[in-house]
Unconditional design. Sequence first.
Lengths: 146, 71
Amino acid sequence: MQNKAVKLSAAAVIVFFLLMAAGAVLAPKVARLYGQYRALPARSVTALIAAFYCCVVPAMIAMVCLFLLLRNIRLERPFLEENSRLMAVISWCCAAVSLVTLAACFWYLPLLFVSAPMAFIFLIVRVVRNCFIAAIQLKEENRLTI
Amino acid sequence: MSIVVNLDVMLAVRKMSSLELAERIGITPANLSILKTGKAKAVRFSTLDAICKALDCQPGDILEYREEESK
C-alpha cells in the first residue's frame, strides 16, 4: 500500500513538472489572454509573466527534489542526511517563490494569494525537516546501541 | 565518551576470539566491533548481561569510567 502511495505521489510530481514545462512555453500567451479578459494594464501582465518565469526555476528544482525524495522513500531509505538536504532545498524554493510573488504584488495584487501560502508552506517544510533531522539522529543513536 | 569498554582485556584473559564472543551473545561481529572501538552510544542491559555470562566477569571488568582531559 505504501508503494502505491509513493508511486501515486511520484506520478503527481511528474505531471506537475510537465505542466510547469508547458506553462513555461505558453505563459506569455495565457497571460495576455487573461490580461485582455480582465482588462489589466500592460504592466500587470508583464509582472505576471515575469513572476511566472522567475518562479518556474525554483518550482522545477523543487519538483526534482521531491522526485529524489520519493525515490529514497521507495528504496526504503527515508532517514538519510540527503533527504534532509532535499527538504531544505524544497523549503528555500518555496521561500523564493513567495518573495518573487510578493515583489510582483506591487503590479498585480492578487499574487499576494500565492505569496502568503508559499511562505506558509516554507515554514511547514522547515518544521517537518527538523522532525526528520531528529529522527535521523535517533536512528543513528539506535544503530549505535548494542 | 568517558566510558571505556575493555573487552579486549577480558577476551585475552578468557582466550576467546571476538567472533566467538559475538556468536555466543547473539550479536553481529560488526556490532561487537562498534562496542570494542568505543563508537557505541549505548549498551542494553540484556547485551551486558550476555557479555558478562559469556566472559564470566562483572560489568566493572569490562566498563571503565575515564574522566575526559579538559580542553
